[in-house]
Design a protein around this ligand. Structure first.
Ligand SMILES: Cc1cc2nc3c(=O)[nH]c(=O)nc-3n(C[C@H](O)[C@H](O)[C@H](O)COP(=O)(O)O)c2cc1C
Length: 314
């Protein structure tokens, strides 16, 4: 028995995190077909594009899947109405207040999960009525909390505060990582970066190749004054750092960031001027492979590592 498998009616407690420019219906359905839970990332989609992805996902899998809605983007009301209209059963919200949409979604019979990066916000999400939380540590790719709390410390601290199921995220890209998170009390894991470097990911091929060649220390959490985000250290990242070195203001950062940097980097493959979001675990990602294979290998390694630990004696 596993609380996450029961909550979503899936086989393995592996969630493929919603990722702007990376997780369309192809990735989500591939993960769901392999027994995990795939999430369509609505954050980079116009409402009608999201509708199309949901409809295609329904055709590509008969298994449960969900939609991730980062609440910092525009058109949220329209997006939520499409989700209800298309009869999506699972929604992961992030980057906003869980109170805003949880009651609305729950009333429609939708399972709601909220992404947090601290135990304080985990408690707020529980109080808002969500079914589970994703607790995301400092290691994670994409947008993140300001406090730099690692996944290793965050999981047990959240477990002290809340009673609903906990999904750990940040730095998990292998079966061993999954086992470690679950040893700390997580009921399941959310994996982002590892799936960004999959065949079905809609990231640009050049970005995928960059993930595979990124080494330990190749990423950093930056832009904390705007919305903290972990980036690969490319020219754009270095430009941001130069601005910090020269005491640039918040306005200077906004101007430098401009518009559509993430699309430019991750979707259009501009490795120089684009924003390349990826987690620390990139240092352990050495190949681009089918998402289903990633799920199967994680589960096989999880099981082997669990057996190896049981036989360890002191
Ligand atoms: C390229 C990229 C885009 C992401 N976009 C989103 C997003 O749109 N919404 C969200 O809630 N999280 C987003 N994330 C975070 C992931 O859903 C996930 O929680 C995180 O990647 C887990 O950490 P990991 O990268 O170490 O596996 C993104 C992560 C990456 C790498």
């Amino acid at each position: 028995m596993n609380a996450i498998n029961t909550l979503f009616n899936i086989q393995y407690p592996i969630i493929q995190g919603g990722m702007i420019w990376v997780s369309g219906y192809k990735l989500a359905s591939a993960v769901s077909n392999a027994g995990g839970l795939g999430l369509i990332g609505a954050g980079s989609m116009y409402p009608e594009v999201l509708r199309e992805h949901i409809q295609k996902c329904k055709k590509a899998t008969s298994k449960p899947f969900g939609v991730n809605v980062p609440m910092l983007y525009p058109n949220i009301e329209e997006i939520m109405n499409i989700i209800v209209d298309e009869d999506v059963k699972i929604v992961f919200t992030s980057a906003g207040n869980p109170k805003t949409w949880t009651a609305f979604l729950k009333e429609k019979g939708i399972t709601v999960v909220h992404v947090v990066s601290s135990s304080l916000f985990a408690l707020k999400a529980q109080n808002a009525g969500v079914d589970a939380v994703v607790v995301e540590g400092f290691e994670a790719g994409g947008h993140n909390g300001r406090d730099e709390t690692t996944t290793l410390t965050l999981i047990p601290m959240v477990k002290e505060k809340i009673t609903i199921p906990v999904i750990a995220a940040g730095g998990i890209g292998s079966g061993r990582g999954m086992l470690a998170a679950m040893a700390l009390g997580a009921d399941g894991v959310q994996v982002g970066s590892r799936f960004a470097a999959s065949i079905e990911s809609s990231a640009h091929d050049d970005f995928k190749q960059t993930i595979v060649t990124t080494e330990e220390g190749g990423t950093q959490l930056t832009l904390k004054e705007l919305a903290p985000v972990r980036l690969i250290k490319n020219k754009f990242f270095n430009d941001v750092q130069s601005l910090y070195d020269n005491n640039g203001s918040k306005e200077d950062l906004v101007t430098l960031l401009g518009r559509a940097r993430a699309k430019k980097g991750m979707f259009e493959g501009d490795l120089i001027e684009g924003e390349l979001e990826i987690g620390q675990i990139a240092g352990l990602i050495h190949d681009i492979k089918p998402a289903g294979q990633i799920v199967n290998e994680m589960i096989a390694e999880f099981k082997d590592a669990k057996v190896a630990l049981i036989s360890m004696d002191f």
